[in-house]
Design a protein around this ligand. Structure first.
Ligand code: AMP
Ligand code: GLY
Length: 431
């Protein structure tokens, strides 16, 4: 099979490396890809959001299968457009992608089908939203832009002034464009967060190994929210008891709800969960693999990713095995200093050979923001690399990932030194 992966970050690199293990994968491309990905796939510089150009290119190159890995092309209906052109693709169609693309859609879905989530109201008027928040008088309160906002459309407001300022930015100043035409105001929940990615063909759902993201820029969960500074898998808070409740109260009801609404979800459905004192609740759904969750989950996948993906597309997931191996994985993100605000690009990256660390067993370097120029590997984004290690347990995986990360250098490199610390404490507490 000749395969195209749409996107250009660490997640796409992880998907490509996993797909390449499949004997059925004979040729693999990535659009737009990046410098480091070009060691593993042929890169074609087409914007992931340019649906028309991507479909035309897919037809021209006669791809057998396309994996749309990024949220915005999914929300724009790239899978629908590919299907119309006769090209099967992994990922939800436009109607099903609303589960991530519209918070109002996903919250209303959960309410209608009794899926546990934070209590909320939706508003299309900033003054009415503020009046509601004032009347509630409960702090902190969470304000979310309805649409996609590069992961930055969620505000935790500690007081009225912050709520007023947040509503102004989202709804009046339109900081996130049309994504802020409506907002969801919701109850603040507490508890550890768990990410569970799952495969689904719209009928059955098979969860992957659980994971934990580290969203804040700096150690001890301080600093601004980022796309994710590191991940570990499995997540110790996802105990067998929690997993069972999630399956019964969240995963199956969500798959059935989407089918009942006439928009069955096929692809990777990401459950962003919080294990609250009242049980697991949904914080958000994503309509795709997480980044950098994919960088710890896929290295632990024992089954053939291409087989599982095509089973999702073709509605054959029930009879397809999805198996993960025992052990753990850890991913440490190497970012450009200043990320997620402003940072410099074009710094030379040293320590790698053909994009990888030679001689490191069980370590993979996933490229998020790199460029190749005159044979040199340069930084080209906020998140630059993800260094993943797998091992028999989490302490060993973390030690290996950090030891490997120590061998990679570029000017103003920033990374967190405490990835997995919270998970290790939870494991100790459980022992
Ligand atoms: P989201 O983009 O919806 O995942 O939100 C980003 C982050 O904001 C989440 O990972 C949580 O840490 C936090 N968050 C979102 N909603 C809530 C909530 N209702 N209560 C507490 N924290 C939340
Ligand atoms: N790491 C969070 C996300 O992919 O949305």
């Amino acid at each position: 099979m000749k395969i195209l992966v749409v996107g250009g970050g660490g997640r796409e690199h992880a998907i490509i490396r996993a797909l390449k293990k499949s004997p059925a994968c004979t040729e693999i491309w990535c659009a737009p890809g990046n410098g480091g990905i070009s060691y593993d796939a042929v890169c074609k510089d087409i914007k992931a959001t340019d649906v028309e150009a991507m479909v035309a290119f897919a037809k021209e190159e006669a791809f057998d299968y396309v994996v749309v890995a990024q949220d915005d092309p999914l929300a724009l209906g790239m899978v629908d457009a590919l299907a119309a052109a006769g090209i099967p693709a992994f990922g939800p169609d436009k109607a099903a992608a609303r589960i991530e693309a519209s918070k109002v859609f996903s919250k209303d879905l959960m309410k209608k089908y009794g899926i546990p989530t934070a209590a909320y109201e939706t508003f299309d008027d900033a003054a009415k939203a503020l009046a509601y928040i004032r009347a509630q008088g409960k702090w902190p309160v969470v304000v979310k832009a309805d649409g996609l906002a590069l992961g930055k459309g969620v505000l935790i407001c500690e007081d009225e002034a912050q709520a007023e300022e947040g509503l102004k930015e989202i709804m009046l100043d339109k900081k996130f464009g049309a994504s802020g035409n409506r907002v969801v105001v919701e109850e603040f929940l507490t508890g550890p967060e768990v990410s569970v990615l799952s495969f689904t063909d719209g009928k059955v759902v098979k969860p992957m190994v659980s994971s934990m993201d580290h969203k804040r820029a700096n150690d001890n969960d301080t600093g601004l929210n980022t796309g994710g500074m590191g991940t570990v898998a499995p997540n110790p808070y996802y105990t067998p008891a929690v997993a069972q409740r999630c399956m019964e109260e969240i995963f199956l009801p969500t798959i059935r709800a989407m089918a009942a609404e006439g928009c069955p979800f096929k692809g990777c459905l990401y459950f962003g969960l919080m294990v609250t004192p009242d049980g697991p609740k949904v914080i958000e759904y994503n309509c795709r693999f997480g980044d950098p969750e994919a960088q710890v989950v896929l290295p632990l996948l024992e089954s053939d990713l291409l087989t599982v993906m095509t089973a999702c597309t073709e509605g054959r997931l029930a009879e397809t095995e999805v198996k993960f191996r025992d052990g753990a994985a850890a991913c440490v993100i190497l970012a450009s200093g200043g990320y997620p605000v402003s940072y410099e690009k074009g710094k030379e990256i040293t320590g790698l050979e053909n994009g990888q660390l030679p001689g490191e067993k069980d370590v993979t370097v996933y490229h998020a923001g790199t460029a190749l120029q005159g044979g040199k590997l340069l930084t080209a984004g906020g998140r630059v690399l993800g260094v993943t290690a797998t091992a028999e347990d989490l302490p060993a995986a973390l030690a290996k990932a950090y030891a490997a990360a120590d061998k990679i250098h570029f000017d103003k490199l920033h990374r967190r030194s405490d990835i997995g610390k919270r998970a290790l404490k939870a494991i100790e507490a459980q022992a």
